[in-house]
Ligand binder design. Structure first.
Ligand code: CTP
Ligand code: MG
Length: 229
């Protein structure tokens, strides 16, 4: 089976508040989304890269013009949805001609520019003969509190066995489509697959693969991408 990258990049970046979609925010000299495209495009494990943007996106054309060497490796799908889940599903429908049922799809947030080829390889290698698929994730290191009324601590939640989900999340094309077509709203692909009674594998990711969400995340992303951190 082949491996395809599918990158949802149709969000507005409200929490970052840049005034334009955060995937186009320059980090270490180029738009966040280009870091992600470059990484997938340079991975020999990846057959092709699909990028889902909003139908009204006015930025991707100019951004890609700066990286002509990616032209044959990346296809833009102008069909983002109202939610990340819908954007991914729209992308899956758009690639139905290219992807076989058993081909793998690696879904990765455009807002995680710290992904590396080594992390992609780690995920792909760990899932080579896997019947279900899996995700990059990190063991939780914080002490966790459940809040009660008035922001008082109800109790302390053991972090034993808890992991924080990252992306890529890697599943076979047909299974992923079936999972995401269920009506339940999910915030990642794994949840949709879990809802089918399956248990995706956890593969250790990296702190540098964090999601740029709030303004203070930008400086840290710069450090990682400039190779300082
Ligand atoms: N995404 C998408 N379609 C949507 C919403 C989100 O493709 N309707 C993508 C984003 O572009 C991003 C990824 O899903 O690459 C993760 O979402 P998030 O970090 O929440 O990005 P935004 O939704 O853009 O940010 P915010 O929630 O702060 O508005
Ligand atoms: Mg969002």
């Amino acid at each position: 089976p082949r491996h395809f990258a599918l990158i949802p990049a149709a969000g507005v970046g409200a929490r970052l508040g840049a005034g334009y979609p955060k995937q186009y925010l320059p980090i270490a000299g180029k738009p966040m989304v280009l870091h992600v495209l470059e990484t997938f495009a340079s991975s020999s494990a990846i057959a092709h890269v699909f990028l889902v943007v909003s139908a009204e996106d006015g930025y991707i054309r100019d951004a890609l013009a700066a990286v002509p060497h990616l032209a044959g490796r990346v296809t833009v799908i102008y069909n983002g949805g109202a939610t990340r889940q819908q954007s991914v599903l729209n992308g899956l429908h758009a690639i139905r001609e290219q992807a076989g049922d058993d081909d793998w799809v690696l879904v990765h947030d455009a807002a995680r520019p710290g992904l590396t080829v080594e992390l992609i390889d780690r995920l792909v290698d760990a899932l080579r003969d896997d019947p279900v698929g899996g995700i990059l994730a990190l063991p939780v290191v914080d002490t966790l509190k459940r809040a009660a009324r008035d922001v008082r601590i109800e109790n302390t939640v053991s972090r034993e066995g808890l992991w924080a989900a990252q992306t890529p999340q890697m599943f076979r094309y047909a299974l992923l489509r079936r999972a995401l077509e269920q009506p339940a709203e999910v915030t990642d692909e794994a949840s949709a697959v879990e809802a089918m009674g399956l248990q995706p594998k956890l593969v250790e990711g990296s702190p540098r693969n964090f999601k740029v969400t709030l303004p203070h995340d930008i400086a840290l992303a710069e450090l990682y991408l400039k190779g300082i951190a």
